[in-house]
Design a protein around this ligand. Structure first.
Ligand code: RB5
Length: 143
């Protein structure tokens, strides 16, 4: 699977941890930055990841900022993006099963790295259930 990853400075360290984890899993990764802990603006990086996924260049995306909130808002501005901010494995499973989330958002300052990697694993390994949920995600995609 080709996965686009992006973060601001608040999510930089966790993004680096995620990039290594994805490489170990054998996933293809496109890293859209940022590249250090120097202060940057999260909307730029959320948009870059969202456009990579919406255009089909990447199959899934993972975005990280301090809390995951700002960068998830940015990603969800792009048509076709269903970005779920997750703080537990259960949320990651449900955002795939019910929302068919194509981008996962995480908080680098609010979620411990070990838990974050468990969340990433659940996000990548859980399938969309379709059925009644498809009608609702179709409604999202029309908005
Ligand atoms: C940056 O200081 C911080 O505001 C950002 O990483 C994020 O938490 C925004 O939602």
């Amino acid at each position: 699977m080709l996965i686009a990853i992006a973060s601001d400075h608040g999510g930089f360290k966790l993004k680096e941890t995620i990039r290594k984890y994805l490489a170990e899993r054998g996933e293809k990764v496109v890293d859209l930055g940022t590249s250090s802990e120097e202060s940057v603006d999260y909307p730029i990086f959320g948009k870059a990841c969202a456009e990579a996924v919406a255009s089909g260049k990447a199959e899934r995306g993972i975005v990280v900022c301090g809390t995951g909130i700002g960068i998830s808002i940015a990603a969800n501005k792009v048509k076709g993006i269903r970005c779920g901010l997750c703080t537990s494995v259960e949320m990651a499973e449900l955002t795939r099963k019910h929302n068919n989330a194509n981008i996962l958002a995480l908080g680098g300052r609010t979620t411990e790295p070990d838990l974050a990697l468990d969340i990433v694993k659940a996000f990548l390994d859980t399938e969309f259930e379709g059925g009644r949920h498809k009608r609702r995600t179709d409604m999202l995609d029309e908005m």
